[in-house]
Ligand binder design. Structure first.
Ligand SMILES: Cc1cc2nc3c(=O)[nH]c(=O)nc-3n(C[C@H](O)[C@H](O)[C@H](O)COP(=O)(O)O)c2cc1C
Length: 229
């Protein structure tokens, strides 16, 4: 684990402005920074600058021992390592993952395809939870509603996918923030739910603030337990 506080923020919305996930993530980031004047934020925007699809060369390079790699394979591995380094150097990862066509945004998927070609995330090609002990906050916005009892309950494939990767494969402590009905103001079928949409957004901002402050409290408790000034 890194000793200093580093927040890696990964944005995946294709919207540069008026993005709901970016807006709620801004709230988390602002409170995280306010409670950690010494902390640093690293940003990767896979929504506005999506990594290209992984190629066969880039994928198979991970199976070639370093001394036998071609210059192209070595370059591919160096690129993957640079992306994975950002994860290893962060103690908290904030992922903005809007629901796109019932799944994760394509830019987030190509980023994942790339980081997993770094063997440190798959030592021995097993699931060893290499990021255990780190926090991950995932902000997900959905145009509709997918909660228990809703017509689309079970149609959100992003949520189980993200949980499988973040918790089971990477081993991180996951906190989830959902914003529902973000399209209620433009979809006439959802017009009667505009107030509910507003409440969902407000609750998401409040949870983002609360999580940032809770993390800061628990870090300072740990520091005092360990005698860190
Ligand atoms: C390409 C695309 C696909 C979408 N697919 C869905 C969907 O399957 N279900 C849904 O509820 N909303 C869907 N939406 C709406 C977004 O989830 C919603 O607008 C959300 O607020 C986007 O977050 P952002 O503003 O941070 O980009 C989609 C939006 C886009 C741009």
């Amino acid at each position: 684990m890194p000793s200093s506080s580093t927040l890696l923020r990964i944005d995946a919305s294709i919207h540069a402005t008026e993005s709901v996930t970016r807006e709620v993530a801004d709230t988390f980031e602002r409170h995280w920074c306010e409670s950690r004047p010494e902390g640093q934020v690293v940003r990767r925007d896979v929504g506005l600058s999506p990594p290209p699809y992984l190629t066969e060369l880039e994928h198979t390079a991970m199976f070639v021992p370093s001394e036998f790699r071609t210059p192209e394979q070595a370059a591919a591995q160096a690129e993957a390592a640079a992306l994975a380094d950002e994860l290893f150097e962060a103690d908290t990862v904030l992922i903005c993952a809007p629901l796109y066509n019932l799944g994760i945004p394509a830019g987030l998927k190509t980023w994942m395809d790339r980081i997993y070609t770094d063997i440190r995330l798959f030592p021995g090609f097993g699931f060893t939870q290499p990021l255990a002990g780190r926090r991950c906050v995932v902000v997900s916005a959905r145009g509709g509603a997918y909660g228990p009892g809703s017509r689309l309950d079970g149609w959100d494939y992003e949520q189980p996918f993200v949980r499988r990767h973040v918790v089971d494969i990477l081993g991180m402590d996951l906190s989830e923030i959902f914003i529902d009905l973000t399209l209620a103001h433009i979809n006439p079928k959802l017009a009667h739910l505009v107030d509910v949409a507003g409440q969902s957004r407000q609750a998401a901002h409040e949870l983002a603030e609360r999580l940032a402050l809770e993390f800061a409290d628990s870090d300072s408790e740990m520091d005092s337990d360990e005698g860190v000034a």
